[in-house]
Design a protein around this ligand. Structure first.
Ligand code: F6P
Length: 323
């Protein structure tokens, strides 16, 4: 039976850094919206496309064969100018032209801040957390994080083979902007000797002492470093000069953002897409969809943007007991 809804037209966009699983979320929003009797529009290239009026009606077929694809078929962009009210007003005008009353914005913290501003300007907006960084506090997991961690783990497993053959230390930089989730999860999953992230802090002497101890009992060592913290080439040089291991630095980079989403990310994205449409139908705005303790719930966006440090430090405590 068709659900009753005051909203007739909604749109979906992806914004900020892409993340594997975004396509699955778009698909869920489009199919669930159509199922509920809504017209669903896709906005290309995030808030930029909203500003430029790159908007197109979606059908069930528009989202066929997208579930397993990495990236986002709608495209994405970073638009710092969206902070300016006149840019948002122009973007809202385009929505009004299409009669769009509700928006699902899929992305990370920057996307959420844009969504919050739009909701304060009268647009009904629901956010879905799509970012590999897992830096949205309100949700246990963001879409794309699981795939990115698996990509990083796979890469470090390969590096371990060669560093073990050569009795070396691999210093590996993973993504995460200002958040150490990818670093700490990867460190736990590969059995690294050291994890360095914003939350764990960095003490060079401590790192060298751990590597020296490892060199007495192991053929290799692994150091995982979150981006934007330490020059990993310098760190590799310091390890080479001050321990038994020669070290090599590897930046994993954007490879972590690509690839087919894991089943876990596809399922999370699909459940969140369905919930986002339900929220819009029920009249919600300024909220985002979260996965909390196994349940899919919605929270005010402001609450979801709190710090993730405590959550990461909990895992880091376990990490320290294991190497
Ligand atoms: O937010 C996702 C992310 O991949 C971060 O981990 C990274 O710091 C940033 O995006 C890189 O952004 P860009 O692709 O714009 O260089």
């Amino acid at each position: 039976m068709e659900k009753k809804s005051k909203i007739k037209r909604i749109a979906v966009l992806t914004s900020g850094g892409d993340a594997p699983g975004m396509n699955a979320a778009i698909r869920a929003v489009v199919r669930c919206g159509i199922e509920a009797g809504l017209e669903v529009y896709g906005i290309y290239n995030g808030y930029l496309g909203m500003y430029e009026g790159k908007i197109e009606r979606m059908t069930r077929k528009s989202v066929s064969e997208k579930l397993d694809r990495g990236g986002t078929f709608l495209g994405t962009a970073r638009l710092p100018e969206f902070k300016n009210e006149e840019v948002r007003l122009a973007a809202i005008e385009n929505l009004t032209e299409y009669g769009i009353q509700g928006l699902v914005a899929i992305g990370g913290d920057g996307t959420y801040r844009g969504a919050l501003s739009l909701s304060k300007m009268g647009i009904k907006v629901v956010g879905i957390p799509g970012t590999i960084d897992n830096d949205i506090a309100g949700t246990d997991f963001t879409i794309g994080f699981d795939t990115a961690v698996n990509t990083a783990v796979d890469a470090v497993d390969k590096l371990r083979d060669t560093s073990s053959s050569h009795h070396r230390c691999s210093v590996v930089e993973v993504m995460g902007r200002n958040c150490g989730d990818i670093a700490v999860w990867t460190g736990l999953a590969v059995g690294a000797e050291v994890v360095i992230s914003k939350e764990t802090g960095y003490n060079e002497e401590e790192v060298l002492s751990i590597i020296r101890k490892a060199s007495l009992v192991k053929k290799h060592a692994i150091v995982i470093v979150a981006e934007n913290l330490v020059d990993i080439n310098e760190l590799a040089k310091t390890i080479t000069e001050n321990t038994q291991f020669a070290a090599r630095a590897t930046v994993l980079g954007h490879i972590q953002r690509g690839g087919s989403p894991t089943a876990r990310d596809r399922v999370l994205a699909s459940l969140m897409g369905v919930k986002a449409v339900d929220e819009l139908i029920n009249g919600a705005s300024g909220v985002c969809i979260c996965h909390r303790g196994g349940k899919i719930v919605s929270l005010p966006i402001e609450e979801a943007l709190a710090s993730t440090d405590e959550r990461i430090l909990e895992k880091y405590e376990a990490f320290k007991k294991l190497f």
